[in-house]
Design a binder for this molecule. Structure first.
Ligand SMILES: Nc1ncnc2c1ncn2[C@@H]1O[C@H](COP(=O)(O)OP(=O)(O)OP(=O)(O)O)[C@@H](O)[C@H]1O
Ligand SMILES: [Mg+2]
Length: 272
């Protein structure tokens, strides 16, 4: 893995980039990359100067500080860093589940941060799958019904068959009619994974998707995510503590105390 300091990396946009006027290809972030050039089809996800502040009893807390990154269509990216570094916060902002205090996010050529909540939900429904660290399954729905839900929202055909297939791919074909309370932690996680990829999203976010799984199941699920990337060109943004999984990704973004401290590019091969 080649380590590149964030200040040297082409993806970490310098703060004066937005005011410059010279056109430069977005594949190489140049100091003078203008904001209007940030929507090349090549980039599926772009974040510019994301900051998230929250108010706590101790006063104002900056949990994400001036984070800029971009991910190309079809790439895999890992977000790594210690507990509390801001990984889940960053993912929620990138997926439009939460709003930054300042900064912008683009999905393709649509600025997510310019949309209201309904607009973001519509865009997510079309393009984004999200595997939450804490699953977020609906307790009153069975495994199958949880996976069916996003398909019903997007009005696709043969949804029951697709939902069954997705649950079979995560090894839960014998748990279709179980409610979340009747599933183990790892099984719940696998339902959440099936629900996230069943719509074949262009962009799939996964927040520690194998955190609750034993090694063997975890490896199988990780392989499945990389298979989705390889077969369907699903762009994958993954929070993980696993070095092996991060090493499989094209890019690694390292957060520390809310700051992007390293941006790494792995060689394109070997892929597993
Ligand atoms: N709504 C909030 N109000 C106050 N503090 C918050 C809020 N959301 C997150 N934080 C704090 O921001 C920091 C980053 O949280 P986040 O969940 O993004 O960390 P993380 O890197 O995903 O950690 P982990 O690896 O443990 O999941 C933490 O210290 C957390 O306590
Ligand atoms: Mg987290």
């Amino acid at each position: 893995m080649t380590i590149v300091r964030s200040e040297d990396h082409t993806d970490v946009a310098p703060s004066n980039a937005m005011s410059a006027a010279v056109s430069a290809p977005r594949t190489e972030w140049a100091e003078n990359t203008p904001l209007t050039n940030m929507t090349d089809a090549d980039f599926l996800l772009t974040a510019r100067a994301l900051t998230k502040k929250v108010t706590s009893p101790e006063g104002e807390l900056t949990i994400l500080d001036d984070v800029s990154l971009s991910v190309r269509r079809g790439e895999t990216a890992a977000v790594v860093g210690p507990s509390g570094a801001g990984k889940s916060t960053l993912l929620a902002l990138l997926a439009g589940l939460d709003e930054p205090t300042t900064g912008q996010v683009w999905l393709g050529d649509e600025e997510l941060t310019a949309l209201d909540e309904d607009g973001r939900a519509r865009l997510r429904n079309r393009q984004v799958g999200f595997i939450f660290q804490s699953f977020h399954l609906l307790p009153s729905l069975t495994a199958l019904e949880n996976v069916l839900l996003p398909l019903e929202l997007s009005g696709v055909d043969h949804e029951a068959e697709r939902a069954r297939k997705a649950l079979t791919r995560v090894g839960l074909d014998t748990r279709l009619h179980h409610y979340p309370r009747q599933l183990s932690g790892g099984e719940k996680q696998r339902v959440a994974i099936a629900r996230a990829f069943v719509t074949e999203p262009a962009l799939l976010f996964a927040d520690e998707p194998t955190g609750n799984l034993d090694n063997k199941t975890g490896e199988r699920i990780m392989n499945l995510l990389f298979e989705l990337n390889a077969a369907a060109e699903t762009t994958l943004v993954l929070v993980t503590h696993e070095v092996a999984a991060a090493n499989r990704c094209h890019r690694v973004f390292e957060l520390e105390a809310g700051c992007l401290v390293n941006s790494t590019s792995n060689p394109p091969t070997p892929r597993h």
